[in-house]
Design a protein around this ligand. Structure first.
Ligand code: ATP
Ligand code: MG
Length: 446
């Protein structure tokens, strides 16, 4: 087995060898190289102590000095060099009480989570695979290094990591892994939201985001996403649907383009359905107001997951309007209004609506897709002609209005918004002179 190591990484390995140390590339980069994928980053493990590593390189960052990690900078890229270590006892189920540097590679590989992540390589020794990682890569299996239950009791996050690696690689969970997660899923609650979110996002933006369902079946979503469990347990009896709310969500996530914002939106778009459920005399289920309430619930959930404000703003807006245009005949004006609401994300909204439709039943599907195609075509014209749909490309701005004696404040804002209404109705009105004239007539009414 030969792995092609980039020259910067080879330089780091050679520098360590020349100083008399052992060093290997390890973990994800070895796994990905064997699979023929370009690794995201290259991690190095060595018996050199952190201060010894620091002394050998010109530019370093103390990333986790206590944990043995020094980042060596080469150009703009950082490479993490970590001293062989074992993790002592885990009394809290999330981090070791103390880490100990050890002289042997084997000890270091033993502390790693899965067999496929516990291989090391250098050109001198070749592949070091002590736990059958290569075989598990061949068979497509996520297996723990050692006893699954024990490894999950050390660090509960590993349960979610198992599912996310299965999703990333399209692998199966080894039965010991699956059963142990089922047994211990509730202990994920001791892990911080930030660490859970990192894994959740990786799961969601993988090739198999539908594996969120495995996280549900094993009891993991109950800990960080109980709203999803409720959705899984809510049936839909309606001609437009053929799945439960939860299965429709899963299907829509799977169909959607692999983009973080889109996938988060699909995951949460119908999350308020269980809360808004009504059943009419004919036994048909309805979910009035689920998009609006969904946007509110999504905000709370995304905050709980510690996502950034920009992501929250965009995802919640997509959810609030995910039914935009439904049942409204397409017209240039309707689409311009949509663009006004969605700003930069109108194109994403069309993608969200498409995934939503494709995850529904066949009932009226062609009609629904046809409507969406009309919206898309109209949107293309708006973009091509650079039609104004937002205040930022309106031919007049606040300053212009102040220039004609309108005081800054809510009144001015109202006039700008009314002028935008005019332009949305008729794009040819986006002319400074014409708009200022209209503003003049509004001035006294405000
Ligand atoms: P990816 O490319 O998807 O990030 P990765 O394998 O690099 O995959 P990381 O989370 O970056 O995953 O972790 C790097 C390596 O550190 C893993 O391959 C594994 O050997 C080890 N590791 C990371 N987290 C844990 C953990 N919680 N328990 C045990 N070992 C871990
Ligand atoms: Mg990594």
């Amino acid at each position: 087995m030969n792995i092609t190591i980039p020259k910067e990484v080879n330089y780091i390995l050679d520098t360590l060898f020349d100083a008399g140390f052992d060093a290997y590339v390890v973990g994800g980069c070895v796994r990905d190289s064997i699979l023929g994928k370009e690794p995201d980053d290259w991690d190095i493990t060595t018996n050199a102590l952190p201060l010894e590593v620091k002394a050998l390189f010109r530019r370093t960052v103390d990333t986790g000095l206590q944990h043995g990690t020094i980042t060596v900078m080469k150009g703009n890229t950082g490479y993490e060099v970590t001293t062989y270590r074992t993790d002592g006892a885990y009394s809290d189920g999330r981090h070791p009480d103390k880490v100990t540097f050890v002289p042997s590679l084997e000890e270091d590989l033993k502390r790693r989570d899965f067999t496929i992540n516990a291989m090391a390589y250098n050109d001198r020794a070749g592949l070091i695979d002590l736990f059958g990682g290569m075989q598990d890569l061949k068979d497509g299996i996520i297996r723990c290094v050692g006893n699954a239950e024990e490894r999950f009791s050390e660090d509960a996050l590993r349960m979610l990591r198992a599912v996310r690696f299965a999703a990333k690689l399209g692998y199966k969970l080894d039965s010991d892994v699956y059963d142990s997660i089922k047994k211990r899923a509730s202990t994920l609650s001791v892990v911080s939201a930030e660490r859970i979110t990192t894994e959740l996002i990786k799961l969601l933006t993988s090739d198999h985001p539908e594996m969120i369902k495995t996280a549900y079946e094993t009891g993991l979503t109950a800990v960080f996403f109980p709203e999803f469990d409720k959705a899984m347990e809510t049936e839909q009896n309606h001609p437009h649907h053929m799945y439960s709310v939860g299965d429709h969500i899963v299907e829509s996530v799977k169909i959607s383009r692999n983009d973080r914002i889109i996938r988060l939106t699909m995951l949460l778009h119908d999350i308020a359905k269980p809360e808004t459920l009504t059943i009419d005399e004919a036994g048909v289920t309805h979910f009035h107001g689920h998009a609006t309430l969904g946007a509110e619930m999504a905000e709370e959930i995304l905050r709980r997951w510690k996502l950034d404000n920009d992501t929250i703003r965009r995802v919640c807006r997509l959810i609030r309007y995910h039914d935009l245009g439904k049942g409204i005949p397409c017209s240039p004006r309707v689409v311009r209004k949509g663009v006004r609401l969605m700003e930069e994300d109108f194109a994403l909204l069309l993608e969200v609506e498409r995934a939503d439709i494709l995850a529904q039943s066949n009932f009226k599907r062609e009609e629904k897709l046809d409507m969406l195609a009309q919206y898309s075509a109209e949107y293309e014209i708006i973009v091509r002609e650079n039609q104004c749909c937002n205040l930022k490309n309106l031919a007049v701005n606040g300053k212009d209005l102040m220039g004609m004696g309108i005081n800054p404040g809510p009144g001015l804002g109202k006039i700008l918004s009314a002028l935008l209404d005019v332009v949305i109705d008729d794009p040819s009105m986006n002319d400074k002179e014409a708009l200022l004239k209209i503003a003049g007539t509004m001035k006294d009414e405000i």
